[in-house]
Design a protein around this ligand. Structure first.
Ligand code: 3PG
Length: 395
């Protein structure tokens, strides 16, 4: 059930779990606030309905310790600016002082609790901590899609302590788009996978083999596949222990009639460095001592062509080391190709959404997931604990 199906929010203390785990620079400035903007519809809905809104989130991995650099203060401040309304930051996420603050709230007030990961109980999914965290609130809403793959106290155990639990609008959007792409896709369905390593994507690959019509592979992970197919890829990243797996994945895809695209050229460099000497070469001609750090122009043309017929595209992982300008063109060119396609386009997983934002093409992508690990786990075909518990307790 979703927040708009709850009959009475007025004057109720509504605990909303959000994921404000946003990137900060060395001065604690937020460099990217998509995750905060993404939950505004849910927060506004609750405030407009006259609820007393209590927000909880984690930020970073403080590992049960109270560390100032992981304070929710910058997020609370940014939210306050986006809402045009004061957002009080509680000094903690549990305890009597916080409880008093919550009890003193009026309809339409909003407060942000301090980082829930300042307590070990959060990651341990500890029930006692969860009970304290509920802070006497009456309704629980989870709109923290990006942390729904973690069975943590504020995501899972806490639901036991509420008579009413629901999901927020971000969660609804994420699940709707994911279902459109992966459960009832309009075909052809094309998956684009990138990123450094095959090892992090084995289960994703396995699951995609049962669903997609085409797989396009770029990024470092392509080179384990190319090595498996007999190419000499110089000093490019290859996971030797996964060559056999890559070979059998490729064979399985062929057996199933899935079109499997790998790079045909690359931007090679003499070292892993933004100042490295570089050249575009075919995969057959990567110099022995050089490494491929981006896909080349012929590959961009090939991949773009392969996307032409697509009706649904799902993309995770960059095509090269796009943080370095010299190796960013392939990823940005693919952003353009995906953005200009007529397909339903869904992009997710940490690095990929930052590439899309940097390329300035985000408006043309049908949906950019706020999830990193959570998006990948959905792609793996897993049920996320945070979503499962809402389905079971959607009372
Ligand atoms: C994310 O950024 O993917 C989520 O906020 C989860 O963070 P975590 O990987 O530290 O659990």
């Amino acid at each position: 059930r979703y927040i708009d199906e709850i009959s009475e929010l007025k004057d109720k203390k509504v605990f909303i779990r959000v994921d404000f785990n946003v990137p900060l620079d060395e001065h604690q400035n937020i460099t990217e606030d998509t995750r905060i903007r993404a939950v505004l519809p849910t927060i506004n809905f609750a405030l407009d309905a006259g609820a007393k809104v209590v927000l909880a989130s984690h930020l970073g991995r403080p590992k049960g310790e109270r560390k100032p650099k992981y304070s929710m203060a910058p997020a609370a401040k940014r939210l306050s600016r986006l809402l045009g309304k004061e957002v009080l930051l509680a000094p903690d996420c549990i305890g009597s002082e916080v409880r008093q603050m919550i009890d003193a709230m009026k309809s339409g007030d909003i407060i942000m609790l301090e980082n829930v990961r300042f307590y070990e109980g959060e990651e341990k999914n500890d029930e006692n901590f969860a009970r304290e965290l509920a802070n006497g609130c009456e309704i629980y809403v989870n709109d923290a899609f990006a942390v729904s793959h973690r069975a943590h106290a504020s995501v899972e155990a806490i639901t036991k302590f509420f008579p009413v639990v629901a999901a927020g609008f971000l969660m609804k959007n994420e699940m709707n788009y994911f279902e459109k792409a992966m459960q009832k896709p309009i075909r052809p369905l094309v998956a684009i996978l990138g990123g450094a390593k095959v090892s992090g994507k084995l289960e994703v690959l396995e699951s995609l083999l049962n669903k997609v019509d085409k797989i396009i592979i770029g990024g470092g992970m392509a080179f384990t596949f190319l090595k498996a197919l007999g190419y000499n890829v110089g000093k490019s990243l290859v996971e030797e222990d996964l060559i056999e797996t890559a070979r059998s994945t490729y064979a399985k895809a062929r057996e199933k009639g899935i079109k499997f695209y790998l790079p045909v050229d690359c931007v090679a460099a003499d070292r892993f460095n933004p100042e490295a000497e570089t050249k575009v070469t075919t995969i057959q001609e990567i110099p022995e001592e050089w490494m491929a750090l981006d896909i080349g122009p012929a590959t961009v043309a090939l991949f773009t062509e392969a996307l032409q017929s697509a009706k649904t595209i799902i993309w995770n992982g960059p095509m090269g080391v796009f943080e370095m300008d010299a190796f960013s063109r392939g990823t940005f060119a693919m952003v353009t190709a995906v953005a200009n396609s007529y397909a339903l386009t869904i992009v997710g997983g940490g690095d990929t959404d930052s590439a899309v934002h940097r390329a300035g093409e985000y408006a043309k992508i049908s949906y950019i997931s706020t999830g990193g690990g959570a998006f990948l786990e959905l792609l793996e075909g897993k049920k996320l604990p945070g979503i499962k518990v809402l389905e079971e307790n959607g009372k």
